[in-house]
Design a protein around this ligand. Sequence first.
Ligand SMILES: [Zn+2]
Ligand SMILES: [Zn+2]
Length: 176
Amino acid sequence: MSRIGIVPVNAIDSTFLNRLALCLEERFLFSCEIERTLRLPRTALNGVRRQLFFNTLVAKVVTHTPGDDGLRLAITDFDLYKISHQFVFGDASEEHRTAVVSIHRLRSDFYGEPVDENLLFQRTLKEAVHDLGHALGLKHCFNPRCAMYFSGSIFDTDNKMSHFCENCEKKSRASR
Ligand SMILES: [Zn+2]
Ligand SMILES: [Zn+2]
């Protein structure tokens, strides 16, 4: 396993994705490529919640890129939820080596603040590193600065780094 395939769900800015790919290559030392776009209509959302179910997205991403022996990272603008969580910034299926990140709640305008593309990028990078960590089998870390710290709110995301602490870095190297 030495490759990360980034799967854009619907239209995601390509400059943003290329920048993300470069930063992930630097952190994981895997080659990182942008896959073809996965088209997902709004009818895929839970009609009442207007959110996308995490497991639904993972299944679609796996079908979209079959036989992939590397890691997958899907980026979506849809808001995500799980059975156990009202919303998640992202999560991963270790079994399918698939990570997903939603940028929906990473946007500063979601919180009534001015649009900030650079802040959105930094937040996305942190959550992408976190969920790729899960896809590699890493669990949550108690160090609030580590990328594997669980973000229950956007403040947690802003407070953590876009890389692993020493311990998590060791575990991630061992799992590659
Ligand atoms: Zn997590
Ligand atoms: Zn850690």
